[in-house]
Write a protein that binds this ligand. Structure first.
Ligand code: FES
Length: 585
């Protein structure tokens, strides 16, 4: 520990716990003596919390256990005290009924952990879909200096010496299975290969999208988001992250609120559009903006999508996996190509601006990172529609949809909930044809905690005829690896009494992507009659977290955060108020 760093640490947050010669100071220091830290350590060194969402239940985050060791080494090398803190882990594929409601729970846990403990800076270790936004949201509210390191993408195996098994392939297998066209044993082979290594999904699903967006927000080291989970460079990054965390602790910033301004969100949305990223990120960015008081609206995504082309040739919108994107120059190279469209003055936790990072970047493969004038697909990656069926908006992942359906009028076939969908989707009596519009409701934030059910299955007999896409509308989300003309996140949701609750089978619905409209073609008089007759479903969650969730979750166009978690927060305990308070003695 140098004299300088010890001096600059005089105003450390942790000093309020450790640098006082009184009873609380004695208790706080002697408590951490059990961890092996001396009085001198605690009186001189900054404390870095390593918030870790490692879990055996969450193999996407499995590498975080070893990465945390490397982060510790980096913190120690820079003169800090590393304290690792296990937090709840949310495993996308295992947790029931859906991972989504637990994002807010983990966000609360992260916020209160940071705020209530003597941490001068925090490293956030996350990976699988919900762990990333949850930690960001919690850290943004706590507003202690923070730096993010994710587990990194997995490395898929080849199934046959050629084709790689990826999560994206699941949906194609499911389609083939429903069409009765899946070769024997193919699914079993796929199952054996699809999870080739620990790490998060390796295509542009929600996890990779969130990682890239986090780097674009300025909260992660540049080039850190796409290094594969098993790549030695991720360990090197972890050490750098630990060292940088100590510097942030000693400098007292920048804090999340210093970085997360409207420019940072614009840049993040631009990257999201350029990579054809997951629609789930829209919800997470809206929630994060709400935490720091940035008035981000759903319409801003549409505005930016109109000017930022899809230039990253990565599945599901393109051909390759994220490792190729890293090799082509990664996020800094995307910054370079998108420079005229970005706010280059935006700050980052590594100290450089986005413009400085872009200047130093190189694009090494223009088939993977295309020039803006030669995009992977023409048109917008994301589209926001509004109209009588979605007064507060709905989203379409245009990069993964069929443009032939962008102007479409069809007869609605309504499924009341997911059980009714499962029971009836193949019922010929419903008269579903390729022009029908499938509607699933009561799967929004309050209705069913917004699962990824928005890619409704196409009826088997249509699949057998080669129909691969139809207009599907719901208040659900969709997996970042899924595809199809799915109108998602309809807001207000059916369970909140939105117009989606009033649609009946046989009604006509019009989707007009060019006009950004989604309309239910039913006259207002009839809608009033239906509205008067509508009653909310009985609340099934009468206790516990799900009761809290359903009582306070906001609608999709606001990010599905809890209403009481929005807005600026002082971030720290009020100076002095509790400093003399000693619990447990
Ligand atoms: Fe965890 Fe995809 S299932 S990142």
């Amino acid at each position: 520990m140098t004299q300088n760093s010890a001096e600059s640490g005089a105003s450390l947050r942790s000093a309020r716990w450790f640098r006082k010669n009184d009873l609380p100071g004695f208790i706080h220091r002697s408590t951490l003596a059990m961890d092996g830290w001396t009085r001198d350590d605690l009186m001189q060194r900054p404390v870095v919390g390593i918030l870790n969402t490692w879990s055996d239940l969450n193999p996407c985050n499995l590498s975080l256990r070893t990465l945390a060791v490397k982060v510790r080494e980096g913190v120690l090398a820079a003169g800090g005290i590393p304290l690792e803190v296990p937090l709840m882990s949310i495993s996308e594929n295992l947790i029931k009924p859906t991972s989504f409601p637990f994002r807010n729970l983990l966000a609360m846990e992260a916020e209160e952990t940071i705020r209530s403990y003597p941490l001068d800076a925090v490293v956030l270790l996350s990976g699988c879909d919900k762990t990333q936004p949850a930690l960001l949201m919690g850290a943004a509210s706590a507003n202690v200096p923070v730096i993010v390191l994710n587990s990194g993408p997995a490395t898929p195996r080849s199934m046959s010496g050629g084709e790689l098994a990826t999560a994206n392939g699941v949906w194609k297998f499911v389609d083939q299975m429903r069409a009765g066209a899946l070769p024997d044993k193919a699914f079993e082979t796929f199952e054996r290969n699809v999870m080739g290594s620990p790490g998060h999904c390796a295509e542009m699903g929600t996890a990779s999208s969130m990682s890239i967006v986090t780097e674009a927000l300025g909260l992660a080291l540049s080039r850190s988001s796409l290094v594969p989970s098993t790549d030695a460079r991720r360990g090197q990054l972890a050490r750098q992250v630990g060292q940088r965390a100590v510097e942030l602790a000693l400098a007292g910033g920048p804090t999340p609120k210093d970085i997360l301004d409207d420019h940072a969100f614009d840049n993040a949305i631009s990257l999201l559009c350029a990579i054809g990223g997951s629609t789930n990120v829209i919800i997470h960015l809206l929630a994060l903006a709400g935490r720091v008081g940035v008035p981000l609206q759903l319409g801003r995504f549409d505005e930016i999508a109109r000017r930022v082309p899809l230039i990253a040739n990565v599945q599901p919108a393109g051909e390759h996996l994220t490792e190729r994107l890293m090799m082509a120059g990664g996020v800094p190279a995307l910054f370079k190509e998108l420079s005229p469209l970005l706010h280059l003055d935006a700050r980052t936790v590594e100290g450089r601006t986005i413009g400085e990072i872009a200047d130093a970047a190189e694009i090494t493969d223009d088939e993977i990172i295309r020039p803006r004038h030669r995009p992977v697909r023409p048109g917008e990656s994301l589209i926001v529609v509004k109209g009588s069926l979605a007064p507060d908006g709905a989203v379409i992942k245009a990069a993964a949809a069929d443009p032939a359906l962008f102007q479409h009028k069809g007869r609605a076939v309504v499924f009341e909930d997911v059980q009714s969908l499962a029971d009836r989707i193949d019922d010929p009596a419903l008269g579903i044809d390729e022009n029908s519009i499938l509607v699933l409701r009561n799967v929004g934030p309050r209705g069913a905690a917004m699962p990824e059910w928005g890619m409704l299955p196409i009826p088997r007999r249509l699949m057998a005829r080669g129909i691969r896409d139809m207009v599907r509308i719901s208040d659900a989300r969709m997996s970042g690896t899924a595809y199809g003309t799915a109108v998602l996140h309809v807001s207000p949701e059916a369970a909140a009494g939105g117009p989606l609750a009033l649609v009946r089978t046989g009604d006509m619905i019009e989707l007009d992507v060019a006009g950004r409209r989604l309309d239910l073609l039913v006259d207002e008089e009839e809608m009033q009659r239906r509205r008067a007759a509508w009653a909310a479903r009985d609340e099934v969650h009468v206790r516990g977290y799900r009761k809290l969730y359903n009582s306070h979750v906001e609608q999709a166009h606001k990010g599905c955060d809890f209403d009481f978690l929005r807005g600026a927060n002082p971030g720290n305990l009020p100076e002095g108020l509790f400093d003399g308070w000693v619990g447990g003695w």
